[in-house]
Design a protein. Structure first.
Length: 118
């Protein structure tokens, strides 16, 4: 069973930066995408960013375009989310997601808290 371990969350002031990491282990198949979702208190989980493992193509939610950058290291099955110009609205639990095929629910990490204060 795939295991995803996130790290890098924390608390920052508005305008600050954080870098999240997601390390996947026990991956015995080709990965389609690795990505990030987030869930703020009282809200549904929403897509943030994803990257195609094979081509490196990146996908972003409109709310984070130009501020967040997703990347990956295929050799160690790890994805990163560089978050710059953070806003209080970015406060949420961030979850790593790994998909084996397009449209798959995929596997989830345990989540890491990001808190941005004004």
């Amino acid at each position: 069973q795939v295991q995803l371990v996130e790290s890098g969350g924390g608390s920052v002031q508005s305008g600050g930066s954080l870098r999240l990491s997601c390390a996947a282990s026990n991956v015995l198949f080709n990965i389609y995408t690795m990505g990030w979702y987030r869930q703020a208190p009282g809200k549904e989980r929403e897509f943030v960013a994803a990257i195609r493992q094979g081509t490196g193509r990146e996908y972003y939610a409109d709310s984070v375009k130009g501020r967040f950058t997703i990347s990956r290291d295929r050799t160690i099955n790890t994805a990163y989310l560089q978050m710059n110009s953070l806003k209080p609205d970015d406060t949420a639990v961030y979850y790593c997601n790994l998909k084996r095929i397009k449209g798959d629910e995929g596997s989830w990490g345990q989540g890491t808290q990001v808190t941005v204060s004004s």
